[in-house]
Design a protein around this ligand. Sequence first.
Ligand code: NAP
Ligand code: F7E
Length: 322
Amino acid sequence: MKKRAIITGITGQDGSYLAELLLEQGYDVTGVIRRSSAPNFWRIQHLLDRITLRPGDLLDQLSLTKIIQEVRPHEFYNLAAMSFVPASWDQPMLTGEFNSQGVTRVLEAVRQVDPSIRIYQASSSEMYGRVREVPQTELTPFYPRSPYGVSKVFGHYITVNYRESYNMFAVSGILFNHESPRRGLEFVTKKVTDGVARIKLGLADTLALGNLDAKRDWGFAGDYVRAMWLMLQQDQPDDYVIATGVTHTVQQLVQEAFGHAGLDWQKHVKTDPAFLRPAEVDLLIGDASKARTALGWEPKVDFRQLVAMMVDADVARLSQGR
Ligand code: NAP
Ligand code: F7E
């Protein structure tokens, strides 16, 4: 019998890679999409003949219950969220509705239809915020620094709580920043690699950025969705940190990306206070030892390969006028 999975956030970066992985594993994949006035399928265009899309929204409990009743999945991956940290200061209430109560709605819908369905919740290294420990593990206390981080802490603990209250197989992956050519344009990696490609092709001359000193543990999204799937294949539900264990500053990212294209970053990069945040997360570096040991997971793409992959993809895309 084919396994069935539901993915919320299938139109996003991670949803698209996870759908590919589950199809390769022989799953029937259903994606939850929210209504929009125009299709937003550029990341899953190549999968549309192999997946099923159903309308639903994290704000609408009934839509979630209906999809779960009709699909009766074995696994439910909750990847949908308001995921851009700066936007969470502009819309803190909506961020909480999506990222906090949205998770409760998912858990409650699963519990009511069939509590044996396995659930993955997309937790985040942003929960560590002003870090209490270096590197960060599953046991490091949280100290979020944005409404986004705060909302994800709620999502994390409500998942733990449903596991402990109702004996559900509900797990949280605490994933550090992961990127790819499918990353949204506003995130710093993609903004930099897109900017490099534009400058290389003579389409732009400068790139404006915010804090160049922030440090992030950047990995490849394709590697990280494998960890999500592995977490749901275990005998016991548990939470895991997923990270490379290597950190770089935004400036090192910039140097690497411009260097890969044969450009001098100092001639093109400007800083603009408009991109600074009200409160910053200065340093993230994860210790994924537990996932390496228990899941047999390890990242395959390192920082240099990731940056090269993203710059090359953006140069190719923009060269074709897309
Ligand atoms: P993304 O590219 O921004 O995708 C977010 C997805 O959520 C999109 O498909 C979006 O749909 C959907 N969505 C947003 N609000 C929704 C709602 N109310 N109802 C239904 N769907 C909704 O994010 P990502 O990078 O793939 O991240 C996936 C998840 O992992 C998110 O929960 C994020 O917070 C978390 N996370 C990401 C990282 C990272 O570095 N990428 C690290 C840790 C945790 P539309 O296409 O309609 O907007
Ligand atoms: O910022 C600095 C910025 O927006 C990274 C989300 O997927 O990962 C992501 O959150 C760093 C920050 O990602 C610019 O101040 C400098 O220190 O790419 P980002 P993020 O905020 O770390 C976590 C794990 C998630 O869970 C989130 O969903 O880069 N930075 N200059 C800049 N950032 C942006 N966006 N734009 C700049 O111009």
